[in-house]
Design a binder for this molecule. Structure first.
Ligand SMILES: [Zn+2]
Length: 144
């Protein structure tokens, strides 16, 4: 999420209220805008610290136990200006020896406990036959 001044009137994705032109908002490609207050108010301290540390490059985080190590994964989309702009991105951000430690450090991050590895990633990388509802060929400049 990037802090900008709204160029267009819109709707906050958190509180569903109006966003006025010129208002300070957080914005991300494909995610829309949200009021600064809404963004800050509902963000737990551990997530806020994580977003600060990663400069808002990830939209989602997950704790994943793998072979005795618990990894903190970050998921997001490469930003405009990157050669990989728009592509799914994921990275290991931290590791712990136990789930207890990981939970203590990141109480707000969900834990994957179904024993699978990288389901999240493959979900993004493999394209379904039908485009998602928000896919717009005019916007993407390419066809599905
Ligand atoms: Zn709002």
């Amino acid at each position: 999420m990037k802090k900008i001044r709204a160029k267009y009137a819109g709707t906050c994705r958190r509180c569903k209220k109006a966003v006025e032109v010129g208002e300070q908002v957080y914005w991300a490609t494909g995610k829309g805008v949200q009021h600064v207050e809404c963004h800050d108010a509902k963000q737990p301290a551990d997530l806020k610290a994580l977003n600060d540390r990663t400069r808002g490059e990830f939209d989602d985080f997950e704790l994943v136990p793998e072979d005795g190590t618990v990894w903190l994964w970050g998921y997001g989309t490469y930003k405009r200006g990157s050669v990989l702009a728009g592509q799914h991105r994921q990275a290991r951000l931290d590791s712990f020896d136990s789930l207890e430690e990981a939970r203590a450090a990141y109480p707000s991050v969900k834990v994957r406990d179904d024993g699978t590895v990288n389901m999240h990633a493959s979900h993004y990388i493999s394209l379904p036959d039908v485009p998602p509802s928000d896919f717009d060929p005019m916007d993407a400049g390419e066809e599905w």
